[in-house]
Design a binder for this molecule. Sequence first.
Ligand code: G3H
Ligand code: PYR
Length: 214
Amino acid sequence: MSDIHIERMKACGVIPVVSVPDAAAAVSLARALLDGGIDVIELTLRTEAGLAAIEAVARECPQMFVIAGTVVQPAQFAQVRDAGAKAVVSPGFSETLDDAAKAAGLPWLPGVATASEVMRAGERGRTALKFFPAEQAGGIAMIKALAGPFPKVVFCPTGGVNTANLGDYLSQKMVMCVGGTWLTPPAAVSAGDWAAIRDEAAKARRRVDELRAA
Ligand SMILES: O=C[C@H](O)COP(=O)(O)O
Ligand SMILES: CC(=O)C(=O)O
């Protein structure tokens, strides 16, 4: 992941991780996030609509930095690139996926949860990593422990992050941003409650800006 992509994710601070039921919903949701001040979205391939959602948001919302999430097969890298994704996130790391990311020419944020995984990713030149599943894998204490031997690595903790622990994560110097589903609750997405999502995004934007200003 190049510095420019890291800076874009760092500037946003929080990355909504979204699994949408259909592509039209994804566009409305992305507009609500933009209205709330969040201009990065991770659209996962966990639903059938994932790829079409990436394509629709990339086309309709050019201000949004679209990341493809839950990319777990090599062939998916070219598919999401062709759909318009600007970067890719995976829940874990493998050398096969590292090769596919490089072949597709896409920035890739692989997931890690152990020191051995950080080392394997580091052998491939990867120093910007997702820490997943963050809370379940040890939370802040674990990320602090990992930063000891790996001081150059920056993380995007994801998994169990929410408004209550957001500040604790973002205050850690090795944390470039955090990700999670709390900004886009599935109930609000299914109900098409875009105002609720805009308000949640605006709340997160204010919180990140306050933390950064402190
Ligand atoms: O990558 C997404 C994870 O499944 C995070 O989900 P969560 O924020 O609901 O814990
Ligand atoms: C969890 C995660 O990183 C993903 O689904 O891509």
